[in-house]
Design a protein around this ligand. Sequence first.
Ligand code: HEM
Length: 480
Amino acid sequence: MSAPPANPPLNLTNIQGDILSGLPKKTQFYIFFDIKDVAKFRADLVKFVPIVKTVAQVLKDRDDIADHKRRGLPGLIPMVGVNIAFSHTGFQKLGIDDSTLTPLGDNDPFKIGQKRDAVTNLGDKTRSDGQPDWDEKFLKDLHGIILISGESHASIEKKKLEVEAIFHVHTPKASIQEIATIRGDVRPGDQSAHEHFGFLDGISNPQVLGFDKVFNPGPKPVDPGVVLTGETGDPAARADWAVDGSFLAFRYLFQEVPEFDQFLKKNPLAKDGDGKDLTPQEGSDLLGARTVGRWKSGAPIDVTPFKDDPALAADPRRNNDFAFQGEINSQLRCPFGAHVRKTNPRNDLEVPPAPINPIPIEKRRIMRRGVQFGPEVTREEKISGKTQHGRGLLFACYQSHIENGFQFIQQSWANSKTFPPFETQPEDPGLDPLIGQGVREMSGLDPLNEQKVLSLPDFIIPRGGEYFFSPSIKGLKNTI
Ligand code: HEM
């Protein structure tokens, strides 16, 4: 662990909690709302802002929880937190000029909204009427989102009632209308922190200068302005009220888990990259690890390509310390298209031939949050290999520019069969095997036959989403 580089301190009491620190969560409500009455909403917001959890409060909660554990005290410390964010249509409804949030004008993803972006740039499937093939509730204009996060269903239910009372929901004085409420839950038992395909998630998030105190080896730390608007490293000129906020890209992503498992079972690798024979189970596990770029334990295959290493996975000083070094033209250890290599190509873009990324790779980093939704896979689903119950990821990520972060990663990396481009390599990497939208093919899955291309069914299906802006506390108090 190295000493943190100097950077101006951030005002942690002014920044909403989920952005830098991640609201502590076992369970979360994502409440999508419309503003019904602007004057009433403003009056109600005054009562709501004091319950918004800031980064400073999240850090204090964490200290309290650690202290509680250290002293061996019984029970749980309540840690319910609430955050709020608005879409462009929400700002329009409020009569707020958000032009400094949309430097790309009519092409700005925040301005056009994700419904249009899904069709024009993200590659989502469309219906005959030209709308994305999403759930109806996401085809409406959503003015905002309220996030409620906590340690138990009882505590988030209670907080939801408190929030609804503030906005007089379900009464004639209601200032907002709930369009959709989705509950997400961390998965049970030893699958906690693992997404529904079974892989440990939330390992590689950017380390932020001026915020993080300990820097683990891995990708270079980023300027706070990569995540926060108006901070050092954000090139755009923001209005005062829009400083210390962040764009929240939300995606409602369904995962076809039995189908993914069947795919791995039907296509086991016969040998690993050293030519060692594999059992069918080992062959399926290796194939799965090569689609993600990590073993289910979280261990990176760039470091331990053919054998899982749970001890490495559990060590934060080692589990993110890799850069596809020395294999810029090789898929032996990790396929070019593996989800983590596509979404954070690390050294692939640092070395020639690389006038392919006009801005430094650090500016493409996103702060991933989100939580799983839906039940565990049932016995019937395992046997049939067919999804019968909806489940997946309430994907959420923060960044200071959607066009540099989420939108770029999805459109220009995950959906591009030629990314990352290596002139000396005959085969195209193919799409991101998890999130890539389009003709889903990928090379490099077989380490001994890198050119071999495998067709991939859809494993992840987008059914909704929106872009929101999560303002600072000052912004909420003085402008909104
Ligand atoms: C990393 C799963 C959607 C971007 C990961 C990891 C897993 C995973 C297992 C490795 C653990 C880690 O490094 O934290 C999934 C699943 C998804 C999904 C199951 C959908 C259901 C997305 C989307 C994006 C994205 C939509 C952005 C467009 C990333 C990034 C990383 C990552 C940037 C970190 C890469 C790194 O720094 O090494 N994801 N992901 N993911 N994912 Fe996803």
